[in-house]
Design a protein around this ligand. Structure first.
Ligand SMILES: [Zn+2]
Length: 357
């Protein structure tokens, strides 16, 4: 029997306006704004719902100077999921922004790597550069959960459910794991902090919080070999959530949504590499999404992606529309994603994102 296909929702719950130099070992010679968004993920399919990571609270956001947008459990509620009744939660690693709030999932078994607990309770935690992103109360709370018999440990790679597997990566922490999920588009890897940005992976420049750059390199090599689609800061499935918080103001918020919407299409293109120039074509409803959907060939999926994406832009940005230009006859293709909208006062504004795939 083939593995069930799943849907993945990325729930953005926090934001940090930071500089590029904070996101790479050795800084960045072209320093500039490079904000970081924080996500938890919901995986749905095969008759079950799995949550990956639990985020952090508004109190923790205040303590660490992050902008808290919503409790992750509120994001889940918008998707019809009650955190209190979730049965399985994967904790990719025990950093404060991945395991805070775990007590809001009282019925859940937490899935954790042996090495991560060893790391979070061992000798490295005496050093700020290793322990700084952990919160002792989170770790102590998970230890209590171990004694209550509700932490399932994994020693390396494991199939959690049909079509959902865990993979020990390390690198960022000793026991970081990623989650591989079967979807209609093939395998999707929820990379968590294995790579914070595509740039960490694509330019082989690790994020500064790292237990072992050696392990990071191993993941890097594996990633190119396996051609995983990664959702580290990806946006698939999130855009619909924005609608509830919009229409309240212009300016910066419209720009933020334009950036997110462009990133959303970039992820769709990455997830559908075979479509190539079809992303410069016409939008169409090919029934690739939603209930009763069918498996679509890459070009049909691209046309449907464009339709859904353009509908989102129109719903979110005043006078909004989006276009894609593709240059090249063979890989790597250069995609330029442009989003246009009208600011208050009738000022025509646009945002463009260029990527090579
Ligand atoms: Zn981390």
């Amino acid at each position: 029997m083939s593995a069930p296909l799943h849907e993945i929702y990325a729930i953005k719950y926090a934001h940090h306006a930071r500089r590029a130099s904070e996101n790479f070992i050795g800084g960045d010679p072209h320093d500039g704004p490079m904000p970081l968004d924080y996500f938890v993920w919901l995986v749905r399919g095969g008759g079950r719902e799995l949550v990956v990571d639990t985020g952090f609270s508004s109190a923790m956001a205040a303590k660490r100077g992050r902008e808290h947008l919503r409790c992750p459990t509120h994001g889940l509620r918008l998707l019809g999921v009650d955190a209190a009744s979730v049965k399985d939660v994967v904790i990719t690693h025990l950093h404060y922004d991945h395991v805070g709030n775990f007590e809001l999932f009282p019925a859940a078994t937490l899935h954790l790597q042996d090495l991560e607990m060893q790391y979070a309770t061992g000798r490295h935690m005496r050093e700020e550069r290793y322990g700084g992103a952990f919160e002792v109360e989170d770790v102590a709370g998970v230890v209590r959960r171990v004694y209550a018999g509700r932490v399932q440990f994994h020693d390396g790679d494991a199939e959690l459910f049909p079509g959902i597997s865990l993979h020990l990566i390390g690198g960022h922490t000793m026991g970081l794991q990623v989650v591989r999920v079967s979807t209609r588009r093939g395998s999707v890897v929820l990379a968590s902090d294995a790579s914070h940005f595509y740039a960490n992976m694509e330019q082989v420049r690790p994020f500064p919080i790292v237990y072992s750059t050696n392990l990071f390199m191993r993941f890097h090599d594996q990633w190119f070999y396996l051609q995983f689609l990664m959702l580290a800061v990806g946006m698939l499935g999130i855009a619909g959530l924005y609608v509830t918080t919009l229409r309240s103001g212009g300016g910066a918020i419209y720009r933020m949504h334009a950036v997110n919407l462009a990133a959303d299409l970039a992820d769709r293109i990455r997830a559908n590499r075979g479509a190539n120039v079809a992303y410069a074509g016409a939008a169409a409803n090919n029934n690739c999404y939603g209930t009763g959907s069918v498996d679509c060939a890459p070009a049909l999926m691209a046309a449907n992606d464009l339709l859904v994406w353009q509908q989102q832009i129109a719903a979110i940005l005043p006078g909004g529309n989006g276009v894609v230009a593709v240059v090249g006859a063979a890989t790597p293709f250069t995609y330029t994603i442009t989003i246009n909208w009208t600011e208050s006062g009738g000022v025509a504004t646009s945002y463009a994102l260029t990527l090579q795939i």
